[in-house]
Write a protein that binds this ligand. Structure first.
Ligand code: NAD
Ligand code: MG
Length: 404
């Protein structure tokens, strides 16, 4: 039977890649809902092409504009806006599959709603899982939802894990590969001066700006360690990070007998998306076959926690448990925004997160509201910190020295 999709975050990089795969298989997939934040023009173009029943945007103004454009073009898609409309689109009885591709904490409520409605969830929005951990995984289990990882590393691990063996039959470790981002070999002393454009220039992947900055700080890998911990129910000491600059091996699983299984491919998100869409079948994703003779060389090295303090901070937050991961994620979102708007320097991202975590009084969240209040508190703390530091940086710039 045809799968009917809600695509949360359709106008982003994962959204684009998903629709590219979907368009290759009209006999398998149809689109129930597409959602965007403010990019109304792109959403309109997607609606005209995929004819969803529902389109959701962030605010009334964008909704009015999108509605008018669709009407003029003779398209019957219904337009809605706001957080409740996102939740409705995710839990609607008219879709069976939800692609969670909103960036950041904004994706948590609709993704959790999809879990509670027992959907098949293709998870790209790692921040949602990092924030809510046990609450999210419990919802998946209690409502018989199916959770399929789209993040390339987790999708690779999913492909390399045994299917029908209880207790991860003989798995000793999982190994998440990381490219090391654009600053893997840059002189650490010069990192204070990097610009948002430099940070967003990833060597192997084309992605949204937030995850690109996370890749440059390696916070992305830290979030992915936490994501793996929840997805695969493994303690932190069984999750390793390995730098692999070519991004050809997308992750690996080690077994007790010395075997190591890996998933390889060209770095193109259409592969894990197609895998998760069709699982357990395999479909064409449009990605070229891997040419290992052409690539010739695969390299590996240990991560440098001094160069990338965000990676260590994420691991500390995971070990601390409670609301620490939600606070880490929230502080990071605020700091990355501030960096992209040039209000703080690159190294201030880690400093902001570190200071917010330092001031945290940790607790086990009692439910979703508690997670959201921890998120709000950490955002407030990060904003206050940045406001103070912004003044300092401004004053320092005027006197010719830079205090970052
Ligand atoms: P992006 O910035 O390109 O797209 C984000 C999407 O979310 C857009 O459609 C945007 O309109 C929507 N959005 C943003 N803020 C919103 C809000 N407040 N409310 C509702 N919708 C909002 O991001 P992306 O690179 O596609 O990443 C999306 C998610 O997938 C992230 O969580 C990221 O970590 C994860 N991911 C991305 C990649 C990748 O290659 N791009 C790989 C692995 C995981
Ligand atoms: Mg990834």
């Amino acid at each position: 039977m045809k799968k009917r999709l809600t695509l949360l975050g359709s106008t982003g990089s994962i959204g684009d890649s998903t629709l590219d795969v979907v368009a290759r298989h009209p006999e398998r997939y149809s689109v129930y809902a597409l959602t965007a934040h403010r990019n109304g023009d792109k959403l309109v173009a997607q609606c005209l092409r995929f004819q969803p029943e529902v389109a959701v945007v962030g605010d009334a103004e964008t909704a009015a504009r999108v509605e008018a454009q669709l009407k003029t073009a003779g398209c019957n898609t219904q337009v809605a806006y706001g957080a409740d409309a996102l939740v409705q689109a995710a839990q609607s009885g008219q879709c069976d599959t939800v692609v969670a591709a909103i960036v950041g904490a904004a994706g948590l409520a609709p993704t959790l709603a999809a879990a509670r409605a027992g959907k098949r969830i293709l998870l790209a929005n790692k921040e949602a899982l990092v924030m809510s951990g046990a609450i999210f995984m419990d919802a998946v289990r209690d409502h018989s939802a199916t959770l399929l990882p789209v993040d390339s590393e987790h999708n690779a691990i999913f492909q390399c894990l045994p299917r029908d063996v209880a207790e991860h039959g003989g798995v000793t470790k999982i190994i998440l590969t990381a490219s090391g981002g654009p600053f893997r070999t840059r002189e650490p002393a010069t990192l204070v001066d990097v610009t948002p454009d430099e940070a967003c220039k990833h060597p192997n992947w084309v992605m949204g700006r937030k995850i690109s900055v996370d890749s440059a700080t390696m916070m992305n890998k830290g979030l992915e360690v936490i994501e793996a911990h929840w997805l695969f129910n493994l303690a932190g000491d069984r999750i390793d990070v390995l730098i692999h600059p070519q991004s050809v091996i997308h992750s690996l699983v080690s077994y007790a007998d010395g075997s190591v299984l890996a998933q390889l491919g060209n770095p193109d998100m259409r592969t894990p998306i197609a895998h998760a869409l069709a699982f357990p079948e395999r479909i064409d994703s449009g990605v070229a076959q891997l040419d290992l003779a052409q690539i010739a060389l695969l390299q590996f090295e240990k991560p440098d926690y001094e160069r990338f303090p965000c990676l260590a901070l994420a691991m500390q937050a995971m070990a601390a448990g409670g609301i620490a991961s939600a606070a880490l994620n929230a502080a990071n979102e605020i700091a990355v925004d501030a960096f992209l708007e040039r209000r703080i320097g690159f190294m201030d991202i880690a400093r902001t997160v570190d200071t917010v975590l330092d001031g945290l009084s940790n607790r086990t969240p009692s439910g979703l509201d508690d997670v959201l209040s921890a998120d709000a508190d950490a955002r407030r703390a990060a904003r206050e910190l940045i406001a103070g530091r912004g003044l300092l940086a401004h004053a320092a710039n005027r006197t010719g020295s830079v205090d970052r």
